[in-house]
Design a protein around this ligand. Structure first.
Ligand SMILES: [Zn+2]
Ligand SMILES: [Zn+2]
Length: 624
């Protein structure tokens, strides 16, 4: 007799639905388990086998916890704002609202067919007014608390998507969405002051149970370093250049300085500098390059010496030349560095090319051949000579700098503030009004949600303007403060916004008086176990921890961390052992597998194809 998996699966899936078998209970006397998986982007392509593996781990845990007597919350929703839907809408003329609704319907039925035990009564769609009202509300709270600011900046701009991208969304100098080359463009940018939370985000890692490589990636992304700030006097002037260094112990080896071509000191001493034309021409060239090209690409070091300005090494009083070079960025640190060619590879290369002195201050290498970056005894360093440990030499130099009043201990972060606006239609409107008299004013809380207007033309404007800027009835408004004529902000939020707090909304998805009921938050938080992709352990995980910590600080959530535990699944590769992609034609459609062998076989297979955290290729013969 043939095993009729279809009839059996249908029978049980039907009964689960009728009996609300997986709906979390209201009973707060029970022990709870909150299992969270990363919610999908409802793309037109539908479900992928990667989704099955991503959800199956916690699917098993959740079912086990139910059997152990826990009250289990295991929800799934849709992260539905963003560019793929919008680009599809522009191409086909179908409104993003309809595209999103259709895709969510398709996804939901596919997921039910695979038999996941999600609590579908808790599902959310981040593009619904009832959801994005609270995304805007959190932003407004941040605005009230001084965590939102606007600044003109050179931004990464994708000419094809017509959108401004964060550094993380444009790695390698390519657009994360369409893979076109990024160009630099000056634009007003809204920022969230995430750097203010850098220390809290690092300290919080000590109280959570994350995979070690996830913790490591977060620490690396935040990139806290301790070092020293020091002022290098400009020779013959009552002025100085400020630098940051983690290696002030090598200061006797500083033989030149490098500043960013955009450094304000060049404008300030325009008249004194004798080769200003050459500097201007170099700066012009740099403006065409992306940050990635400037700092990451392996290439010849280029630069121009500033004639007419020189600096003084605060350690030994020697006059040293100053160069501009594109590998120093204004956005990082102070926009100026001290160069120690004997002990830094990049500085060594630069010094060799420009014929600058190289002074060895740590013994142990052969600086006639290459920079020496190892440890050793301090030499050619006056009062540091003979010291054998880096820590001791740094301590001594810090004392010296403080005594002379030219430097002090300092901390720096690699993480920058979060560029928080996009010039696109399919996103949450930023609830800010621009008034000539009052400046930037928040849209009053009682007027939230600030609705995304229904339009027919969602093409971005020329020069990267938001499509909302074309709608006069949206743009023109009254200032909430003074009642005068004002203009609404027309940019929308980035896709990372709605996923920064979605796990809170699952707890109480229909609440229209607050983002979630305080008692319910107290019962369900923190998320006991969060599983997702390794590609989301920096941006998404850090952004959502930042929002959570802010909500904790203003008394909205009861825990300082959102996720007690975080793991990650490995990719499912194509049968050829390569990452699945449409263009390679090696994508496995889970729907076909379910039709052929049933949902249980599919679910068991993805869990037993190898170590859950490692990548593994799909094997047709193992499934069948
Ligand atoms: Zn693009
Ligand atoms: Zn006003």
């Amino acid at each position: 007799m043939k095993y009729d998996f279809k009839a059996i699966e249908e029978k049980w899936q039907d009964r689960w639905e009728k009996e609300n078998a997986f709906v979390a209970k209201e009973d707060t006397s029970m022990p709870k388990f909150y299992g969270l998986v990363e919610f999908p982007y409802p793309s037109g392509a539908g479900m992928h086998v990667g989704h099955i593996k991503a959800y199956s781990g916690l699917e098993v845990i959740s079912r086990k916890r139910r059997m152990q007597g826990y009250n289990v919350l295991f929800p799934l929703g849709f992260d539905a704002y963003g560019l793929p839907t919008e680009n599809y809408a522009i191409k086909t003329g179908i409104h993003p609202r309809k595209v999103t609704d259709d895709n969510i319907t398709k996804f939901t039925s596919q997921l039910k067919r695979v038999g996941f035990s999600f609590d579908w009564t808790k599902t959310i769609d981040t593009t619904e007014e009832g959801y994005y009202k609270w995304t805007q509300w959190i932003f407004r709270k941040m605005f009230d608390h001084g965590l939102v600011f606007r600044d003109n900046a050179l931004v990464n701009y994708c000419p094809s998507c017509k959108v401004v991208l964060s550094n993380e969304d444009s790695q390698g100098g390519k657009c994360d969405i369409c893979h076109s080359d990024i160009v630099q463009k000056a634009k007003p940018v809204w920022y969230l002051r995430i750097t203010e939370y850098a220390d809290k985000l690092l300290e919080g890692l000590e109280e959570v149970d994350y995979l070690p490589n996830i913790k490591f990636q977060q620490q690396n992304w935040i990139g806290r370093s301790t070092g020293a700030f020091a002022n290098f006097k400009l020779a013959g002037l009552d002025d100085s250049l400020r630098i940051y260094t983690t290696r002030c112990d090598t200061m006797f080896g500083v033989t030149f300085m490098v500043i960013a071509p955009e450094h304000p000191i060049i404008e300030k001493y325009r008249d004194r500098i004798t080769n200003i034309d050459a500097l201007d021409a170099y700066k012009d060239e740099c403006s065409k390059k992306t940050e990635f090209e400037r700092t990451q690409l392996v290439k010849d070091k280029t630069g121009v010496r500033i004639e007419g300005l020189a600096a003084v090494n605060p350690a030994n009083g020697k006059e040293i030349p100053i160069y501009i070079s594109d590998y120093v960025m204004m956005g990082y640190g102070t926009g100026a560095i001290m160069a120690v060619p004997a002990h830094d590879e990049r500085d060594y290369e630069f010094a060799k090319k420009f014929g600058i002195d190289i002074i060895e201050v740590i013994s142990g290498g052969d600086i006639s051949k290459e920079a020496y970056t190892g440890d050793g005894e301090m030499i050619n360093s006056d009062f540091l000579n003979g010291i054998k440990t880096k820590a001791e030499a740094i301590e001594k130099m810090l004392e010296y700098l403080a005594e002379k009043g030219v430097g002090e201990k300092g901390v720096q972060y690699k993480m920058k503030d979060w560029a928080f606006n996009r010039q696109r239609y399919w996103g949450e409107p930023i609830p800010i009004v621009h008034c000539e008299k009052c400046g930037t004013v928040g849209v009053p809380y009682e007027e939230l949600p600030l609705r995304l207007p229904k339009v027919d033309n969602f093409e971005p404007g020329e020069g990267g303007e938001s499509p909302l800027a074309k709608i006069d009835s949206y743009v023109n408004c009254k200032c909430p403060k003074c009642g005068g004529d004002a203009k609404r902000e027309t940019d929308t939020m980035p896709q990372w916004a709605d996923s920064s707090w979605y796990y809170l909304r699952y707890i109480d998805p229909k609440n229209d008086t607050c983002l979630a009921d305080a008692d319910k938050l107290k019962y369900w938080l923190p998320v006991d176990w969060y599983n997702g992709g390794m590609e989301h352990v920096t941006r998404h995980l850090i952004y959502s921890r930042f929002w959570h910590k802010f909500l904790y600080d203003i008394g909205v959530v009861p825990t300082s961390e959102p996720y007690a535990k975080r793991t990650a699944q490995g990719l499912i590769l194509g049968p050829d052992g390569v990452k699945m992609s449409k263009s390679r034609g090696n994508v496995v459609d889970p729907n076909n597998v379910v039709d052929e062998v049933g949902a249980d076989v599919l679910r068991v297979y993805v869990l037993f194809m190898g170590d859950y955290a490692s990548a593994a290729p799909w094997s047709e013969s193992s499934v069948m």
